[in-house]
Design a binder for this molecule. Sequence first.
Ligand code: PXG
Length: 291
Amino acid sequence: MECQVYINGEYFPKEQAKISVFNHGFLYGDGIFEGIAAYGGRVFKLEEHLQRLWESAKAIDLEIPLSREELKGRLLETLRKNKLKDAYIRLVVARGEGDLGLDPRKCPHPDVIIIADKINIYPEEFYKKGLEVVIVSTRRNIPSALNARIKSLNYLNNILAKLEANLQGVPEGIMLNKDGYVAECTADNIFMVKDGHLITPPPWIGILKGITQDTIMDLAREEGIPVEEKIFTPVALYSSEECLLTGTAAEVMPVTKIDGRVIGDGMPGPITKKLMIKFRELTGREGTPIY
Ligand code: PXG
């Protein structure tokens, strides 16, 4: 069946799902989004994603033209219309149609767009062997200029980093913050294991506060693994015992090589493997029912 896209209360087949070239979401990246996953007929961490969407909206002074309950209803309806059980959902709120000037006051009607499609999982090979990644030269935006906690349609910072990784022939790039501390990847958060402790950078260094990152910290604590949110350098990362990435699309992804340095013994480590299993168990059992 053809993909049906929700735009402002109506459904359109993929080819007809279009918005104006005068939309400030297109012209300036003025808007926000969420990437959400559904597994076996349940939407994973839906409330958390909606909470983050509303926080992003507040930050850019954008009024979402639906209540949280209404938007939740539309999202679930979109999944049902597309007969999906396992899905990737892209929720977008764009500033709306305006004129050829930056002023958001010229855009009185924000757009709500919901795209639901089959989930596009990374090759199983990556999860078995781990990823090779590089540290890119593009620094993460400084929070005082564009705070990464706002999940905005402005992803050029991340795209520049992704381009660098692509050009170096690897699937992901690690970004540092302006001071040279490890920040995050282009669409994933990062963890390392050191002396058996699971360590991830704190949000204030200028990263998106990941919902998967939070989930993994909770799962680790449940397992009795000490968890720390603290800053660390690339040098510390090179000598870590394990490294892993987390995100809605990547889930829990082991990293086994960084800038040519082998991490641990070059294969996914025991803590990473444990967390991968625990995460898959959780996604199989938790979430908002679609049907
Ligand atoms: N950092 C950044 C910069 C992200 O964009 C994450 C971390 C992980 O956050 P979550 O909450 O997902 O654990 C993201 C997530 C896509 C896509 O298709 C992007 C994200 C999530 C899902 C899909 O580009 N970004």
